[in-house]
Design a protein around this ligand. Structure first.
Ligand code: ATP
Ligand code: MG
Length: 557
């Protein structure tokens, strides 16, 4: 599998790891071992793709391993639906956790054991301050925090902690706190709460527990149990690292994982937090988690994004220690790059008007072989049929041309892509003055669209054969939000939803070869952009295509 080795641009995480590991690639006698720990309370988004890439590709680079761990220590109604979707998305991106799939909730008993160990070492105590009092006694930069329960005897804490577990107390009545440093400049170290009471059903452990560990206590233990060597996470955990290290130091753990933080990915004109994405879904602003306008991986996949484009995106934006916002157009640029190279070409008319070639025989049909990709003969050819009546884009005809217009207007010659040169002779209009048919005559000497006499024909237009083209619905997408940062405004972010983020075109005409398009196929519709069949709504007899990305690149390097 060496040829499949993930190439990941060098970055500071790799420099840290290289400082850590021996010449043989070991860290405390272990191979580099990372994990991706999503909370199964929503679908993965493009930000997660960055973390997935960092976790899996880093392990790969050092011949190590990467686990997939559901970080489900919060007793919420996490759903199997989310767990399955998370797995599907990671597989789709091309990463593999093999047999290392875990639930953090499976470690509750061990976590409890480590908490007891800390109490016994005099490093944790049961505190009866409620959350309000806790806030009140938190202190400030010059005043230490306080707790009247800090010096309670070990035996008493042990007994109370056990009774907490047994369900003898109400939510919020007491907590278990690590005994660290009430005067610490880092407030996370001021005797942080490590267990709280919460009488809530857990989606996997049911009613077994009514006390749950806090993230800062649970996460290092999860890493220790799984033998993680490098725990890569986002920047907001930087100030929690001393606590992470404290937990690792003070429990009787063999492995010594190291936490390294990197900047979160933010993209403009969208929102990324699961809570906000869930609101969009639940309040029907979008059609679902996989709405092609969503920054979720399932949404991007349905839109036509390729794993390759997303991996190239995450690799190119690189890793840094400073949060920043990436232009949405850069994501589009990465997709365009991939599809320009790999998508088959086809012809589709989105806003059709009929073109009648008046001097072409009524009963004649010709076939032309057109290459699927102009630079890649290995992608083969397809047959398109040509006859007297075609559909062309309504915008490719103007009765009275504007300046520099090189398409069809009376008297002008245009190339019908790969077929013939035609000269426009006029049009027919309805009572409202709308053009309903355009007329032209073809030059039989120009078969294939060539001009043997060398005359210049400026415009080339795409077309489909009226006799056998297929009808389709085409969905055009734009940014979901009209402003770069919908979270920054004074209004609720949904107020900034772009009303034109979805435009549905009906009665579009596609060349016949697209009839058998597989759902995974992606196409460049000549002069229009890149499209794919919608994985949910497109059916035999009613094709629906999504515009994945337009042709024009607005991204400025
Ligand atoms: P959200 O705020 O979107 O709900 P989260 O951090 O709560 O995200 P988790 O399921 O806990 O989501 O995330 C799993 C992993 O993905 C974490 O290690 C987290 O740091 C990482 N991650 C989440 N969002 C991003 C992002 N925008 N950029 C990079 N990594 C991210
Ligand atoms: Mg989270």
């Amino acid at each position: 599998m060496d040829e499949n080795k993930e190439v990941m641009s060098n970055n500071f995480i790799h420099q840290f790891i290289e400082e850590d590991i021996s010449e043989g690639g070991d860290y405390y006698g272990k191979k580099v071992h990372t994990r991706f720990p999503p909370e199964p309370n929503g679908y993965l988004h493009i930000g997660h793709a960055k973390a997935i890439f960092v976790d899996f590709a880093t392990a790969d680079k050092y011949n190590g391993l990467c686990n997939l761990r559901m970080d489900d220590t919060n007793p919420t109604k996490e759903d199997v639906e989310y767990v399955d979707a998370i797995k599907e998305d990671i597989k789709w991106l091309g990463f593999d956790w093999e047999d290392r799939f875990y639930y953090a909730s499976d470690y509750f008993e061990q976590m409890y054991g480590y908490a007891v160990e800390l109490i016994k070492k005099g490093l944790a105590y049961v505190c009866e301050l409620n959350s309000e009092q806790m806030r009140e006694f938190r202190g400030d930069l010059t005043t230490p925090a306080k707790s009247p329960f800090r010096d309670r005897p070990i035996e008493e804490s042990l007994e109370l902690f056990e009774r907490m577990r047994n369900g003898e107390f109400e939510d919020g009545a007491m907590t278990l706190r690590a005994k660290i440093d009430l005067a610490s400049g880092n407030f996370n170290m001021r005797d942080p709460v490590i267990y709280r009471i919460n009488h809530m059903k857990h989606h996997r452990t049911g009613d077994k527990w009514c006390i749950y560990p806090m993230y800062d206590f649970a996460h290092p233990i999860e890493d220790v149990i799984e033998g993680i060597t490098h725990s890569l996470c986002t920047l907001e955990f930087e100030a929690h690292r001393p606590l992470y290290d404290w937990v690792v130091e003070n429990i009787s753990a063999e492995s010594k994982p190291r936490q390294i933080e990197f900047a979160r990915l933010g993209i403009n004109n969208t929102v990324m937090s699961k809570r906000k994405l869930r609101k969009l879904v639940e309040e029907n602003y979008v059609s679902g988690w996989d709405d092609p306008r969503m920054p979720t991986l399932c949404g991007l996949r349905r839109r036509g994004y390729t794993p390759k484009s997303i991996r190239s995106f995450t690799d190119q934006i690189g890793l840094s220690k400073v949060n920043s916002i990436v232009d949405y157009s850069f994501l589009e640029h990465c997709l365009r790059d991939d599809l320009n190279e790999n998508a088959k070409r086809a012809m589709a008319v989105l806003d059709p008007v009929k073109l009648v070639i008046t001097n072409y025989p009524e009963d004649k049909t010709e076939e032309f072989e057109i290459e699927n990709h102009p630079q890649k003969p290995e992608m083969g050819t397809r047959t398109v049929t040509f006859s007297r009546e075609l559909y062309i884009e309504a915008t490719d005809f103007m009765e009275e041309p504007i300046k520099k217009y090189q398409r069809l207007y009376p008297g002008n010659e245009v190339r019908i892509k790969s077929a013939y040169i035609v000269k426009c002779t006029g049009c027919k209009k309805d009572d409202n003055g709308n053009v309903v048919e355009v007329y032209a005559e073809y030059d039989p000497e120009t078969k294939g669209g060539n001009t043997p006499d060398g005359r210049k024909v400026r415009g080339t237009i795409h077309w489909v054969n009226a006799a056998d083209c297929i009808d389709a619905e085409v969905r055009l997408y734009d940014n979901l939000f009209t402003v770069a940062d919908p979270e920054a405004g004074d209004e609720d972010f949904v107020e900034y939803i772009n009303p034109d983020s979805l435009v549905v075109l009906n009665g579009c005409k596609l060349e016949k070869s697209l009839e058998n398009a597989e759902k995974a196929d992606r196409f460049q519709f000549m002069r229009q952009g890149y499209f794919c069949a919608d994985s949910k709504d497109s059916k035999d007899g009613k094709l629906v295509f999504n515009r994945s990305v337009s042709l024009k690149d607005s991204f400025k390097k």
